[in-house]
Design a protein around this ligand. Sequence first.
Ligand code: ADP
Ligand code: ASP
Ligand code: MG
Length: 453
Amino acid sequence: MIVMKFGGTSVGVPEHFRVAVRLVAQELDQDPVVVVSALSGVTNMLVDFCREPSSRRSLTERLIDRHMSHARAVGVDPGCLSALLDQWRSSSAALTAWGAPLSGDDRDRVLSYGERLSVQLFAAGLRGRGVDAVALVAGDAGFITDARFGAAHPLPETSAELRRNLGKRPPLPVVTGFLGRTQDGHVTTLGRGGSDVSAAVIGAALGAEEIQIWTDTSGLLTADPEIVSEARPVPMLSFAEASELAYFGAKVLHPKSLLPAMEREIPVRVLNTARPSDPGSIITASGAPAEGTWSVKSIASKKGVTAITIASTRMLMAYGFLAKVFEVFGRHHVIVDLVTTSEVSISVTVDDSSHLDKLIAELEAIGRVEVRHDLAVIAVVGEGAPQQVGLAGHVFTLLGGVGIGIEMISQGASRVNLSFVVREEDADRAVRLLHRGLGLDAISEAATAGSVR
Ligand code: ADP
Ligand code: ASP
Ligand code: MG
């Protein structure tokens, strides 16, 4: 069997929605399980609904109109949404009257409406084509998570539950992405962009032959297309390469979506709903060597990064300094991305600077602390790239040539990622310069021209 996941950009545009339904109907012999996201923009609307009590009345109507008009545009009877929209009207009326911002389980219950509505539309679309399909909320299909609302993790029993509930077909299951359920029945969300994780967890549980991520680009590209307009699909990547890219900003895949596939060695294919015959990218255990002079396949970047440097005020060669520093980060649940150390100081980057005050106060008891905001991490990714002779020199010469300063470098810790920190305002310019300077536009264009899915 295969998993076919359609993102918000696929299901939220009427032409693409119709293509998506057709693609599933064409793959029935592959025994697909379909995973869908909310229509594009809908989760953002629901986030605003939670945050701003005064906008609730108008957002409620916009949400209803969006789904009703989408149903009509794709030729689905809007009646398939009636029961859910009634439920939404009454709970949103109560929340509007209540008037306070929502968090925790209340917020996740509101956010769940996006996916719950879109599976109804997609299953109805398939039935309209004569396919016996059923809409399922992930929790009801056995997607059980911990109770970390907003960032829930599937529990180990999820795999067996999903096998039990999704193993027998028909009807073809159309399952909500992004959602789970706690053991005591509260709906949870997996974090923004989490439908990719849903697809991977379901694919791994069912032993899928392939997990297909259908989106609005023809694969994982050589750079973010919003930064580099000439970015091209990378035909083949390894799990390690794709994980680094996802982690450092390639939004097309959620960073947590690769691990379940990697553990079961299930290929992940990234495909374009608007151009379904494009070959896309395939991500496997082995990947393939990069095609050009440099062992680089793609460049990702992550903005909004903060660097914290802690200099030891004690004598040189004091042991336990690093251990003390990391213990503080661990206790405050702050995730560290890049680390560089010298004899007397350590610099780390973090990408969430919202709750750093207490952490910094504690670090100040260990050493002198300096905090720099408005930075960006740039990740130059490819198997063997960090070890390739001359690559680092070439990268930093290119950047130095246009006056882009490097704040921190991390090289050699991984086999696939040369990463460094620049000022946020220089990040896009740096990515564009390296994309050209490492020859990525030329290489991937040639590779794409030669391959057919
Ligand atoms: P979906 O709705 O299908 O989940 P997303 O918006 O989550 O789609 O992800 C697709 C978007 O990711 C693309 O439109 C693109 O703007 C962005 N993106 C960033 N980096 C990359 C990359 N390296 N390759 C492909 N897309 C990327
Ligand atoms: N709808 C959710 C979001 O917008 C999940 C997803 O699209 O993957 O974050
Ligand atoms: Mg996404």
